[in-house]
Design a protein around this ligand. Structure first.
Ligand SMILES: [Zn+2]
Length: 271
């Protein structure tokens, strides 16, 4: 029997998505098609320039999720060096922005040929956005400091209710969506998750896998929305086990998910 292995995948550009480590634990995501490149949240220009030059790429676009310095610190240098176009949240003060974005805006890049849709996800900062799209036909989300592998960002400018709503918005993306967050916080997040849900078998397995990856100094991201729904306590506040654990940590009268979320967030802050 002859199997026809002809596929049309060779007709599509194939993109590479890789993390550039910056500072202590930041990841700057670099997406390229072999010629042109785009970076997400370049807090530091130096490692980006190194990666770009090493592979003879041209940096054409910069995507920004929020205004914190460890996400935008390299923007001006990269714009000057490469003339890259900057796309960022309309609601925040940024060092440079060519395209100010709000909820449901479409980001059409030419080279590399990529399209993203913008989600407003306030809470960590007041104007924080995420970029969702398909890369190599795989759903992806670049969510900055809002959803982390096994955890979530601190609430600096928004309210717990806003952060809770933003995380729910991300949790509703399809399960196979790859989650590209901006920090390597997974091990500490999962330690906390185990304090909340010590009997979650999938969480225990994830913790073991994460320990192995970190022992080898490998990134633990991207994760997927399905993995987060199964193991991230901040996406699981409606689970009886998570509610009971929050109740045990700090007794609360109302059985409102946002209240459970707030207790978890405060608990994690002091964990
Ligand atoms: Zn931040």
């Amino acid at each position: 029997m002859t199997i026809n292995q002809t596929s049309n995948s060779s007709l599509h550009s194939s993109y590479r998505i890789r993390p550039i480590a910056a500072f202590n634990d930041n990841y700057i995501w670099l997406i390229d098609d072999g010629h042109f490149a785009c970076v997400v949240d370049p807090g530091d220009a130096t490692p980006v320039i190194q990666a770009i030059n090493q592979d003879n790429l041209k940096l054409t676009h910069i995507l920004l999720t929020h205004h914190h310095h460890d996400h935008v610190g390299g923007v001006n240098t990269l714009v000057k060096a490469f003339g890259a176009q900057v796309w960022g949240p309309a609601g925040e003060v940024l060092p440079h922005c060519d395209h100010a974005l709000v909820e449901n805006d479409q980001v059409f890049l030419d080279q590399p040929d990529l399209t993203f849709k913008v989600l407003d996800i306030p809470g960590h900062t007041a104007g924080h956005i995420a970029f969702t799209g398909l890369i190599n036909e795989q759903p992806v989300v670049f969510c900055g400091d809002t959803l982390f592998a096994g955890g979530c960002g601190r609430i600096f400018e928004g309210t717990p209710a806003q952060m809770f709503e933003s995380l729910n918005k991300l949790a509703q993306l399809s399960g196979e969506t790859r989650v590209y967050c901006a920090h390597e916080y997974t091990l500490a997040n999962l330690k906390f998750a185990l304090a909340v849900e010590p009997h979650n078998a999938q969480l225990m397995a994830r913790y073991e896998d994460t320990q192995t990856l970190r022992r080898d100094r490998l990134p633990t991201v991207p994760s997927t929305i399905a993995i987060e729904r199964a193991t991230n306590p901040f996406l699981r506040v409606q689970e009886p086990t998570v509610y009971q654990s929050a109740q045990h940590h700090q007794a609360h009268a109302e059985h409102q998910p946002v209240e459970t979320f707030t207790i978890l967030r405060n608990w994690k802050n002091n964990f």
